[in-house]
Design a protein around this ligand. Structure first.
Ligand code: NAD
Length: 758
């Protein structure tokens, strides 16, 4: 069937490829655009001058060919020796230059040894006037076991690989500095990274190149000079007698050239990296270090060989190994150790380590587990990975506390008695977030027993749990969990300086209250985030713990509360969260309604969570510290939000006043609607119905107000207290009036009579 006339369009592409059919216009446009884009995106080296050492064969040859095919002028350096470094010949370099020229490229040969690096760079300057890229690739082998290693074999390998690379690069360096641009590649080897029999000379020289890279990366970074190491595996004359033929065949050097090419491109900002590549695969290598172990508790204690022996497993435990990005990071960490030694703080750092990966599925599952719903617009950012501002609810990170304790024996190991695990309760929890939380990460949580306290009716174990991003090494969160072991017999101290205290809320009525019903399956859903304690799903286990039914996880109630706080005081923005502290007072049964009462004190939001049906407080002494306040309220049907603002007291007093002065009030004979805002956000409304002599929260029952007054909660309080003149407030724009402004004038006397009452 022919396409409709609308899309009928004969294209030049059709003529070119000789196929006779009509192509819709929009496809032609898209097709042409794609070609255009691809052309735009092609990586080019036009105007750039590249030196490749040892480019007469193997890997170097493929690099030279690729650079030249993308517009570079190439110096093809090769001494033309055999693979042991004996002899010399111009043939191999000439052959590559010839090949480049035949393909329309620009190249010159250079036959010097890399030990005469300045001559190679001179060739670039004399022939092409500049130098932009140096690929240090030349190399030979002189393999022998270490027992038979001679100084000659050692020196020639170190000279050609390490000194030669240094000499060539150093000759180019002043040009790079002057033009504020340069790209350098050194060629290392898995033999250097991991060792290889018979290659002590080669492997040490190859790892020396990694050290050289690290330093040049530091020295060049501010001058747009980037240095990287390539770790190739390729079929060449160096490997032909050690790699099996089938495998050798697949290890084509051409598959490595594009990786080197990209690392040398001006768009590539990689610097100081080790890139391993073979077979059309590439990856980055890191040097990592274990968390280690402090071998003395303070500066006055000496380290003995026995201490080292006793701690050897901890010193060499790589489960929490991390990468340092600079020597400054290493030094900073050492300063931290010194400070702690000076203060005598507990040093031996980690009692347990938990590793975890999370991605968008885990984040969304957690959010659902703590009551996030698509009915609440502010929750979408926690439920949909493509949403603007898709984010992790910060309390996702408290999950790691109980997970680590359940997956290890750290609590049991900490106390001098055995206990029944069903008798361990989550007493208190603190969490602080240090970084913007990634939506996908590999994290490691390090656990440390901070203290053990005798609480009479039980024992409290204080556990610090800090979570790190394994890739960046950055600390994402700090946590403190207190595990309460019911009815245990332990005589010890009652308090600890490590305890992060709870704080009771103000005595006034809550400023805002949000309620939300949990579902009967709330605990069943929440546990999938990783807290698999059967107490929350298995009736028999719950009964053993003294409960009639499985109870909701305390941290699940915590998750509901933090959502309510964030929705109310951070407009749902998780990035404004700094920290939270709570005490778990009583259990919740799935299906009950949670009520979060909140009080604002600056950037601190005190809250208490209760079971709405019974009024029993379940989370007490709690607060959230926010980085900034952004008012908002939950809007979903599932949640109901009720605000109690300071101005409520004013309206209550006005109400009394109106009741007592009905005649005077009715003389005004008008209905007023007050819109009360906090930080510009509409939070509450009150009606002064002076036709019927009543004052109530909400909109006028008649549906219509004669005048609407909009003002901030604090300004309403100021007016009520007589500290702010309403007319002045109006003039200054603090009080906005719509409808019959003249009627509003009549309110003045009524407002002022309240002063005495307040
Ligand atoms: P290759 O022998 O095919 O190429 C090396 C080239 O360097 C030769 O053409 C040689 O004539 C030249 N050369 C030797 N000494 C020189 C000198 N003093 N001055 C200038 N040129 C000199 O070897 P290849 O496998 O292509 O190796 C290239 C580089 O990659 C070497 O540094 C090697 O150590 C390294 N490497 C190779 C492998 C692999 O699997 N092939 C693995 C790890 C590292």
């Amino acid at each position: 069937m022919r396409p409709s006339k609308l899309f009928s369009y004969r294209t030049t592409e059709r003529n070119f490829i000789g196929v006779k059919f009509d192509i819709p216009k929009y496809i032609v446009r898209k097709f042409s655009l794609n070609i255009f884009r691809r052309k735009m995106q092609e990586l080019r080296f036009d105007g750039r001058v590249v030196v490749v050492t040892g480019a007469g064969a193997g890997l170097g040859r493929t690099y030279a060919l690729l650079f030249a095919s993308r517009g570079a002028s190439v110096v093809v350096n090769d001494l033309g020796s055999n693979k042991h470094g004996d002899g010399s010949s111009t043939k191999s370099a000439d052959a590559v230059v010839e090949e480049i020229r035949q393909n329309g490229g620009k190249a010159v040969a250079n036959y010097d040894s890399v030990l005469d690096g300045e001559k190679i760079i001179k060739t670039a300057i004399d022939s092409f006037g500049r130098i932009d890229v140096v690929v240090n690739n030349a190399g030979i082998l002189r393999d022998t076991s270490f027992a038979k290693m001679t100084e000659d074999k050692w020196d020639i390998i170190h000279n050609i690989h390490l000194k030669g690379a240094m000499k060539t690069t150093q000759a180019a360096w002043p040009y790079f500095i002057k033009q504020k641009y340069g790209r350098i590649i050194f060629t290392s080897s898995n033999s250097g990274l991991y060792g290889n029999f018979g290659q002590s000379n080669y492997s040490s020289a190859k790892l020396g190149l990694v050290g050289l890279t690290n330093t040049l990366a530091v020295e060049g970074s501010t001058k747009n000079i980037y240095t990287n190491v390539i770790v190739p595996t390729a079929g060449s004359r160096l490997t032909e007698d050690i790699i099996p033929p089938d495998f050798f065949e697949q290890l084509k050097p051409e598959l490595i050239a594009p990786v080197v090419f990209w690392l040398c491109h001006e768009d590539c900002t990689e610097n100081g990296s080790m890139i391993e590549t073979a077979l059309g695969w590439a990856g980055k290598c890191h040097i990592i270090r274990s968390a280690g172990c402090v071998l003395r508790q303070n500066l006055s204690v000496d380290v003995t060989p026995e201490t080292v022996r006793e701690n050897w497993l901890k010193i060499t435990d790589m489960t929490s190994a991390k990468r340092f990005n600079s020597i400054q990071e290493v030094t900073t960490e050492l300063f931290g150790v010194l400070e702690r030694m000076k203060s005598g703080a507990s040093l031996n750092d980690v009692d347990h380590i938990l590793k975890n990966d999370y991605n968008f599925r885990d984040i969304i599952l957690y959010a659902l587990g703590v009551g996030a719903t698509i009915q609440e617009p502010n929750d979408i950012r926690y439920l949909y990975e493509n949403a603007d501002e898709f984010s992790v609810l910060p309390t996702f990170f408290v999950l790691y506390g109980p997970m680590g304790c359940m997956n290890s024996s750290i609590v049991q190991d900490a106390v001098p008695f055995t206990f029944n695990p069903t008798q361990v309760l989550h007493g208190e929890q603190y969490l602080e977030i240090h970084k913007r939380l990634p939506t996908e990460a590999t994290v490691e949580t390090r656990f440390k027993i901070q203290d053990i306290l005798d609480k009479g009716k039980g024992t409290v174990v204080l556990i610090q749990h800090d979570t790190y991003d394994v890739t960046t090494g950055e600390k994402l969160s700090s946590g403190q969990m207190s595990a309460f072991i019911v009815g245990s017999g332990f005589k010890g101290k009652r308090t600890s300086t490590f305890v992060i205290p709870t704080i009771d809320p103000p005595t006034r009525k809550p400023d805002v209250t949000v309620t939300q019903k949990t579902s009967d399956d709330q605990a069943a859903l929440y546990r999938l985030s990783g807290d698999f304690n059967p107490l929350h799903i298995d009736t028999a286990v719950a009964m053993m713990g003294g409960f009639k039914k499985p109870i909701l996880h305390g941290l699940c109630s915590l998750g509901f509360s933090i959502r309510h706080v964030l929705q109310t005081y951070a407009a749902g923005d998780a990035h404004l969260f700094k920290s939270i502290k709570v005490r778990f007072a009583k259990p919740v049964i799935p299906g009950q309604t949670l009520r979060t009462d909140m009080w604002r004190n600056g950037n601190r939001i005190h809250f208490q969570t209760s079971i709405h049906e019974t009024g029993v407080p379940v989370i007490t002494g709690a607060y959230v510290d926010l980085l900034e306040i952004k008012m908002g309220l939950p809007q979903a049907n599932l949640c109901s939000a009720k605000t109690n603002l300071d101005s409520d007291a004013i309206f209550v007093t006005i109400s009394e006043q109106v009741k007592q002065n009905q005649d005077e009030a009715k003389k005004v004979n008008a209905v007023f609607l007050y819109n009360i805002t906090v930080d510009g956000k509409h939070i509450s409304e009150w009606t002064l119905d002076l036709k019927n002599g009543e004052v109530h929260k909400g909109k006028p029952k008649s549906g219509k107000a004669d005048a609407t007054l909009t003002l901030e909660d604090k300004d309403m309080v100021e007016i009520g207290l007589g500290k702010l003149n309403p007319q002045l407030a109006f003039m200054r724009g603090k009080l906005k009036i719509t409808g019959n402004i003249m009627l509003a004038q009549k309110l003045k006397s009524l407002m002022e009579t309240n002063k005495a009452k307040l």
